[in-house]
Design a protein around this ligand. Structure first.
Ligand SMILES: [Ca+2]
Length: 85
C-alpha cells in the first residue's frame, strides 16, 4: 500500500476524531473536576443549564450524566425550523 495513502487515511481519522471531541466539549468544559458528571455547582457556570436544572436532572440525583446533558442540549438548541418569527 502506498505510504501517502496511509498518511491521508490517518489524517482523515484524526479529523473525524476531532469532530467528535468537539461535540463533547460542552459537557467536558462544564465537568470541571472531570468525574464524568456535572454537579449542581458545576452547572452554576451555565445560566441556562442552572435555571433548567430541575428539568434537566431527570432522576434528581443532583448530578447530570452525559445523556441528561445531551437531552438538555437538544431541547435548548432545537433545529432551524423554529415556528417563532
Ligand atoms: Ca463533575
Amino acid at each position: 500500500m502506498p505510504k501517502i495513502f496511509m498518511v491521508a487515511l490517518v489524517m482523515s481519522m484524526f479529523t473525524i476524531g476531532s469532530v467528535f471531541a468537539g461535540e463533547k466539549s460542552a459537557f467536558s468544559s462544564l465537568d470541571t473536576d472531570g468525574d464524568g458528571f456535572i454537579s449542581k455547582t458545576e452547572a452554576a457556570a451555565n445560566e441556562g443549564l442552572s435555571s433548567a436544572w430541575s428539568q434537566v436532572d431527570a432522576d434528581m440525583n443532583e448530578k447530570l450524566d452525559e445523556s441528561e446533558f445531551s437531552a438538555f442540549e437538544t431541547k435548548e438548541m432545537p433545529a432551524t425550523d423554529s415556528p417563532a418569527k
